[in-house]
Design a protein around this ligand. Structure first.
Ligand SMILES: [Zn+2]
Length: 277
């Protein structure tokens, strides 16, 4: 039986939580950002000789600042440990609305030429987005990838399709040629059961011009604005934001005719420059 005393106590507790900000925190979208690689294992090498890890970290910091300024909670997978394992990165997404793994891209070794400082190639430029059917929230991951790709394209970013080429180390399943979204089940960080997850290769740093752009603040802020737009669109329905599956598939079908079910994919090595993500 509900007594007046219980109601008053409940209201008082709610008031205390509101005043302390805990209710606001509980409903704020929590996003996990994963700056790929580490100082010890820095990933790809850019045309200028700068390392991928540096680009990932700098972009993740701008993404973090932008999302936080919009009132979102942001957790970095590297907050406690600067070099977490891939499974630790995946586990850090617990309770998050989305995990975004931040990387910068390369091409296969036969397409690069050594420069004085790094390795350069004109083979590919632009962003790529990856989702994994091994993530239980595959369709939700794909929805976020679609939103992010659209927001990136609206800001003048172009997708790179080089990961779909039928050569050793590539051959990824291209879900949308228009949006540059791939399904790739070999990326362990995307296999988290904790949250929907996407991996962004923001630019190809062996490409001289793409690397020059990626180094600039304007590029980072543009990617951050695109991510914010993609997330805000996703938070309009607040809370878990679960659309009925039928609705989602109908919505996606005109854009991605082949993605109503995840495709079966053979296990392969890592893509891009062969580094693990
Ligand atoms: Zn990487």
């Amino acid at each position: 039986m509900l007594r007046l005393g219980h109601v008053i106590l409940g209201c008082a507790l709610l008031l205390v939580m509101l005043l302390s900000g805990r209710v606001t925190d509980a409903f704020a979208a929590r996003i996990t950002l994963d700056p790929g690689h580490s100082r010890q294992s820095p990933g790809a090498v850019g045309c200028s000789g700068r390392l991928e890890y540096t680009y990932n970290l700098e972009l993740a910091q701008v993404l973090q600042a932008t999302l936080q300024a919009a009132g979102m909670q942001v957790r970095l997978t590297t907050a406690q440990n600067p070099a977490p394992s891939l499974s630790q990165r995946a586990a850090a997404a617990e309770g998050s609305k989305l995990l975004v793994s931040v990387h910068h891209d390369s091409v296969q070794p036969q397409f690069v030429a050594r420069s004085q400082r790094g390795v350069c190639s004109d083979k590919a430029a632009g962003y790529s987005l990856f989702v994994s059917s091994r993530n239980p929230a595959y369709l939700q991951s794909l929805e976020y990838a679609v939103r992010l790709a659209k927001a990136l394209k609206a800001r003048g970013h172009s997708p790179s399709l080089h990961h779909a080429e039928a050569i050793t180390g590539e051959g990824r399943t291209l879900l949308s040629r228009e949006l540059g979204i791939y399904q790739y089940d070999g990326l362990r960080v995307l296999q988290t059961k904790e949250a929907p997850a996407v991996l962004l290769e923001a630019a190809v740093i062996v490409h001289r011009e793409d690397e020059r752009k990626a180094a600039g603040q304007e590029f980072k802020e543009s990617v951050a604005a695109a991510l914010l737009e993609a997330l805000q669109e996703g938070t309009r329905c607040s809370g878990t934001c679960q659309l009925p599956t039928a609705h989602r598939q109908t919505e996606l079908r005109p854009l991605l005719p082949s993605v109503t079910m995840p495709r079966q994919q053979a296990e392969g090595g890592a893509g891009g420059a062969g580094h693990r993500r």
